[in-house]
Design a protein around this ligand. Sequence first.
Ligand SMILES: C[S@@+](CC[C@H](N)C(=O)[O-])C[C@H]1O[C@@H](n2cnc3c(N)ncnc32)[C@H](O)[C@@H]1O
Length: 310
Amino acid sequence: MPHSSRKKVVKPTYQKRVQLDDADGWTHMTTSRRSQHHGTDKPHGTVQHRDKFVPAEVPVGFRLGFLEKEYARYNDIWTGSECWKRLRDIFLSPSGKPFEGDEHDDQQKQTKQGEGNSQDAELIANNLAELSLNSEAERPVQPSDRITSCVCLGLGSLVDPVSRKTSLYQLVALQSILEILRTRYAITKVYAQDPVFNHMDIEFLKNSCNITVLPDPEAFAKIDSSTFLYAPHCERTFLLPGLKGKKPALSISNTMETLVNGPISTSLADEEIDIAKAFLEGQSATRFPDFEPQPGTFNDMSVYLQTEAD
Ligand SMILES: C[S@@+](CC[C@H](N)C(=O)[O-])C[C@H]1O[C@@H](n2cnc3c(N)ncnc32)[C@H](O)[C@@H]1O
């Protein structure tokens, strides 16, 4: 057979995932050219235009059954992780002192300087004591309506070969956090929005996770003072406008303080800084613990509990 008539085996080429510190100081695990140039050529102090996102392609041969198995596997790794144990402490702390801003600063310094996780864990355990979910005696007979819904933004596609590992870990984490929160709060609706979701993401989220996918921008309208906002590694360009005038009861997102105080704040539009400042008012904050099995999954993220009444 002549050489030229042989069938070529074409191997799928996936881009390597990289950890990227963007111009705003927010770190992402990413591969997309869109994300990699995020913010770098932005003129000083202007609001960036919104990028175009399209549903991720379903790889040839990828089946829902595979996704279900992967979900179970990732869930096992997540629930066996030190990160989840420490995160549980955040929500299950039986007692503790109320959060004070100085402590958060100290804690951030400790985290950065790597001065030991035990002090860190103690601070985390104390900071969100208000949630005190583990005491049967304290648990109200009727679930509290302080948090009644969850809005998940920017999870990423669960089937995209490049992004799905991180997105799956973030999804199993969300489900376990919801399980804990539901021991106290009557969370009845969970919404997710990401323009990269394809039909398989939407079906899996609906049938296996009881999560309703909304088209962009409908989820923003669902955020209010009784929302648990879960926005892992969301770009500020769409997150901040979506948060304007909103004070979710509980949020897990990229750390917002750096947008207001850090050197990167000089590259933000005044309006963006104002939204971040307003978001931070009345927040009790603590860093999301490190996740050893895949360190980039929750990096630069924090848990925020709104302590001011509506
Ligand atoms: C940096 S990626 C984060 C993906 C994943 N959560 C992670 O940590 O790797 C930001 C995500 O936000 C999504 N996104 C962009 N615009 C959005 C919008 N208007 N609403 C919700 N998600 C959006 C993108 O499609 C992308 O999946």
